[in-house]
Design a protein around this ligand. Sequence first.
Ligand code: RIB
Length: 327
Amino acid sequence: MRKPIVVVGSINLDFVASADHVPLPGETLTGRDFATFYGGKGANQAVAIARLGHPVSMIAKVGDDSFGPTLKRALREAGVDVGPVAAARGSSGVALINIGRDGHNSIVVIPGANGKVQPADITKNTALLRRAGMLLAQLEIPLETVETLSVFAHRHDIPLMLDPAPARELPSGLLRNIAWITPNENETRILCGLNANENVSSATAARCAEMLLARGPKNVIIKMAEQGSYLATATGLREMAPAFRVKAVDTTAAGDAFNAGFAVGILSGKQPLDAARYAAAVAAISVTRPGAQPSMPSAREVAKFLALPANRSIAGRPFTARPKATP
Ligand code: RIB
């Protein structure tokens, strides 16, 4: 029997405004469209895992406002075990998202109930956590909760994948307990002390991955959107994995889709490069659709995508500098 994945993370309602471009500081824009979607990095990863057909549970909190029950129901209907999702006093998590015509975005997250996921929620759920094949976390819940989870993961030898988003400095004790750390370009700049506008090339990614490995995580994946992802593993792999060429309409949650796909790939026995290719396909499909959770593809859709002649041709080949649009 496949061991479940347990996601400890955030659940948000996303308020999404689409405009020609993401507004600049001080700019007022007339937008094109407004929509709400189910989101939150943790919940997006859990939903993506469920759609890919892998058993998944979520440890999280929603508010006792009108959004709370709806957010929880959406997760349940997507196939996520929400037994450990509790209601906390106050508002649910929300995210305000601006999307430009090119599909790129900027996000402000108000944690609400996500800020109330406590270390006690880890100790309360140890029976569930102990059965997990992999644990997934992000940084939209309190850091001390993620640290407690990491100690548990280390003690029980269960791989922890940390999506360090939103980015912040991370304590060395936490870094040492991580099996996979998966920063995107922006998070890589912050974790590696680069300038805010510095381009993250494959060479920069290689350098930052070594810096991160030296601080403790066993494996590093730097998610570089249309450039692909750079993998540096404990087994000595140093490789760019390709991204797929698609037309993006909304890149929200592409990183979440990638993490879910990678976790499912690894737990189904794929080697890291193959798991990265699978993850890139999950992410590529997600950016062709609007919204966070609604954009996550099923296992069948991913298989169909990977079987397309255009996508088969890059199967298993090392990354080359082929220009790509998304994810
Ligand atoms: O990663 C995308 C997610 O970030 C959005 O769904 C939003 O809720 C924020 O958490």
